[in-house]
Design a protein around this ligand. Sequence first.
Ligand code: BES
Ligand code: MN
Ligand code: ZN
Length: 490
Amino acid sequence: MPTIKSGTTSAIESKADLVVIAATKGTRLGVSAAAVAAALDDQTFRTHLARAGTADGSGVFDGNQGQVTTMPSFGKIAATAVMVVGLGAADKVNAETLRRAAGVAARHARGFGSVVLDIGEGIEGAGRAVAEGFLLGSYAFTRYLSAKPGASNQVSVTGASKEEIDQAKIYAEATIWARDLVNEPPSGRGPQVVAEQSKERAVAAGLKVKILDEPALAKEGMDGILTVGRGSTSPPRLLLLTYEPKGAKGFVGLVGKGITFDSGGLSIKSGEGMETMKMDCSGGAAVIAAMTALPALGPKIKVVAAVALAENMPGGDAVKPGDVIRHYGGRTSEVLNTDAEGRLVLADALAWMAEQKPDAMVDIATLTGAMAVALGGRVAGVLSNRPELQNELLASSERTGEPLWAMPLVHDYRKLMSSSVADIKNISGTRRGGAITAGLFLRDFVGDTSWAHLDIAGPAWEDKPDHYLPAGATGYGTRLLLDWIVGRAG
Ligand code: BES
Ligand code: MN
Ligand code: ZN
């Protein structure tokens, strides 16, 4: 990650290798950008924008979102090069616009050692958004690349306060940690490894940590997690994290799906279907990352997290269609499709969390392909038994720029899940409403606890980079959970 700090140097004075300025639609320039344009000679500057084309392939730069172009300063200002990023319509610029523009800048600023970002003029919360977008956009998973792309290492955000930079760093670092965890090749980071590595980090951050291994899971009656893990040679774990600051008021629970690889089990996926299934621990990663960032943020609220870690594999002892599980708390489920494994591990974790009596609990999971079909690759779905809680999460999503949409828990569909041998079966027998029936399955295990379920199957992963989203794991939900917890703490 580049080092980032607050700065007061405007683009025109900066001696950085690269200064980044912004234009809104119609190539309208703010005070700072106009000064640079004038120094470069307005005519030359505008000719460059009109002729040089833009990296998004749209041809002429006219200040639209996503547009970016870089030109040499030819010694007309102290900085070596000038990058112009588009913000779109001037009256619609907000924190997310800036976050995205800064992300675009970060990806095109690779190789410039020092960068000054002077793009947030006159926008509320600009410093934090620009810093966060740049840090998130700088990220690429390069661990196994022989030729690593260059990075900017000294970044200064004009007009940001130190507090804004600090906040941005905490949120971005947590998100990046979640991305790294998910991007890591799955055979090297099974349930035990994820549990141990997370423990190390969590303890260092000041959290209380407990790992339930197989005997402990058996003792607790967590047969959902054990059963899903049975087909793998890497045994399952339940990771429990507690953040309890002095003077805490209120208590919330987080639950994450941590399937470190989802082959589908005996109901095996197609080759193509499992290409990206190392991402099936994205919910768990968001939970662990958010928890580990809490001590630095210091919200006065108790937070307990449970991350169900298992590898879903078709080994000799794998769960079979027709098997019945007795989950934590005693409710039973009939497994008819071993690829609907997320709900089986979450059932244990949710039932356990409900028993801890939090004021509210949120689970986050790459639960159903159906949610990605419904909402596409950029939007997660939320299902909840409490409209107020759902609204809190929708509000957080607006603030963090992680799109979220409410889906209904249609009670009439519950009968599609009824089983003649157990309390519920793990599939509905139809693809229709698959994200909802998955939510209804979970609902059976939460009792009357305030609960919301975030299905992030779509936005957890990107095939190619866009604004501050990298290719691969996005870390979706990390910032949203943090924002929600900070908001709950008041
Ligand atoms: N992890 C998958 C869901 C998923 C699919 C996430 C694609 C991201 C992208 C989940 O465990 C799964 O396999 N769900 C099944 C459920 C079905 C068998 C009822 C699905 O969505 O097909
Ligand atoms: Mn599955
Ligand atoms: Zn899965």
